[in-house]
Write a protein that binds this ligand. Structure first.
Ligand SMILES: [Zn+2]
Length: 181
């Protein structure tokens, strides 16, 4: 599934969570922004994906570029040893991130839980969305390598297909509705 679709699905889930939790607009915006970042993280297991690419600021500033390069070194090392859609796309990784996010969010001042929570929402939405593709995900890694598809064969979403376009459009429309209404 394309990164833009993951971003839309992650942000829409965060906006929905903000609505369910009755958050203020600024709090929901924070949740959505970090969900966007969270939606990039599972694909850290593959070079060239969004989380590995330089931001505009990094391309324009020598210092920001150097800092970004250093900050990404652990991700680069991870992508060398990790299997794509392996452990990063598992319930284990979601639970690990969730536990870390709650612990960090509770240790820091109050708004932090929104930021860490958004990361978790974006991350989990990405894993669930990839679980709806023909390739599936190793949902039970590291305990099993079996690939899990979350929807029946006919409903699986191929990358770049019309159904992915429809999912992205529906997510975008829902996100807009959650912001406007
Ligand atoms: Zn993925």
């Amino acid at each position: 599934m394309r990164n833009a679709t993951h971003e839309l699905v992650g942000v829409t889930c965060a906006l929905g969570a903000g609505r369910v939790l009755g958050l203020e607009a600024v709090e929901t915006a924070a949740l959505g922004a970090t969900a966007l970042l969270g939606s990039w993280l599972p694909d850290a297991d593959r070079r060239g994906t969004r989380v590995h690419r330089r931001s505009r600021l990094e391309r324009r500033s020598l210092l920001a570029g150097a800092l970004g390069r250093v900050a990404r070194l652990p991700l680069v090392a991870f992508s060398v040893v990790a299997r794509h859609r392996g452990i990063t796309h598992s319930l284990f990784a979601c639970a690990l991130l969730g536990t870390g996010a709650v612990a960090l969010g509770m240790a820091l001042p109050a708004p932090a839980i929104l930021l860490t929570g958004g990361l978790v929402v974006g991350y989990c939405a990405h894993v669930l969305a990839d679980g709806c593709t023909p390739h599936g995900v190793q949902l039970w890694a590291p305990f099993s390598r079996r690939r899990v598809r979350l929807v029946p064969r006919r409903a699986r979403i191929r990358t770049g297909s019309l159904s992915e376009g429809l999912l992205a459009a529906a997510s975008g429309a829902l996100a807009l509705m959650l912001v406007v209404v």
